[in-house]
Design a binder for this molecule. Sequence first.
Ligand code: SF4
Length: 528
Amino acid sequence: MIKLVRIVLTTDETLTSDYREVPLLDFLSCAPVEKVPNFIYSFLETQLPHENGLLIEAPYALRKVEAALLSHGFRREEIVVAHPRYVEKFIDEKTTIVGISTMDPMGLGPVSLMFTDGGRLTSYTKLKFLRLVDKLKLLRKKYGFKLVVGGQGSWQLLQFVEDLDIDHLVIGETEHVIGELFRDIESGRLDRVVRIRSFPSIGEIPSIVGPTYKGMVEVMRGCGRNCAFCSPNLRRARYYPIEKILEEVRVNVRAGIRRAWIHSEDIFLYKLEDHRSFYPNTDEVVRLFETIDTTYRLPHMNPTHSSISPVVADPTLLPRLSRILKAGPDKWVGIQPGLETASSALIRKYMENKPKPFSPEEWPRVVIEGTYMFNSNYWFPAYTAIVGLPGETDEDAMETARLIVTMEKILEDRLGKRARFIVAPLAFTSMDVLKSGSFDPEEHVTEGRFLLIYHAWRHIAKEVQNSLLNVMPKSFANMFIFYPLSRLGSWIILKCIRDWGIKKGFDPDKPVKPLELTITLPSTQRAS
Ligand code: SF4
């Protein structure tokens, strides 16, 4: 029986799709609706299962809000986490708040900006968010609840909150204040935009009580490397104790989920003690994975994000982790580190702590050495590079294009086989952090930036062709439908980028010289 409740939590459909579990296909949600026809999108996005409209596995952020409300005195029967397609089933006059958690509501995130021509086109994330808001506004007319939006992408709505007629926009971490916040919203005592500037301590962050998509659990909040352009950097770094992490894994295991995605901004910062040089606390990182492994014996564990320098600083780190994760030629560990730029000047200006314990000048060598370490231990890094950082020169962007070409060449020579990595070029976006205009591909492209974007995508197309089949779940549909489709898709994207560059007056075939580097070990690497 459907229950009608006081608080309904939901999100847009791009965040309740598993994209057929094909790696990187979730970026499809950032594609422009004007260019990717709806039937292709609908065919590739598969929605998470639900039971009478209740999400069975929910995005982690929704589960965290649910748990926080429960810990602040709201009763179990007063809250639901609903699938966006069925949200209306739970709403009536008793409903006081419908809360939407967002990631990229207006398509202003770095991937969407790149795909949508600087926002001139409409990303699927924006389309689906606006459709959900429209649907809820119709329901609000009838039932009179408050429409509240929060989550990591809420900064994008600052200038649209009135036009969209959202009752409250919440920016910041809320676990420590959520009871008061929701009660004040119910009684109409809050401003339209609510910024929470304080942070919950680890003790104030309750553990999830319902299963999460991919068995995701969080192991830390914030980062601490202080990159000037980055919003997670605004949060203080805090680490979950292992007992708390096990408690969250247990919730998923009890629901039959036999995998754990270990989420952090940088897994190698877990329980960091050396805040000066950023040497990883390897024993604690290893103990984290070892404890989850020995407690639950899950067939699949995977960290989400990392940095590059720690794997070079401590050469024992990856081999120890790979043993626990059972990484090997048939089981690669995917990881998302930030490469950002090859320019030492930009590294020094905006992200001086990123290369530590190495220097900004050593960064290109650290990236190459790090990729070698990743690949030698069966880790597949999916790097991000930022295009259009404020003050970026054409030569800075060209350096990053040259780094991609250098990695292909040097690593193939060293590994004796093809190196495995991708570099996803992302548009710089200010994210309410660095007060500067975002990168607009149409307006701000230069030859160096074009060549960076082109060579990054040329390499992605090569990886899709050569590696994708190895990292996809093995099924008939994946092998004979989605793999060929992905190959075709990456080739079409590359052709579009070529044509766009030629139209702008650039030559995609202009030779890009590898960087002149001697690969000696960077100076502060510890002996293995
Ligand atoms: S290392 Fe990554 S997560 Fe940390 S502040 Fe820099 S960009 Fe943000």
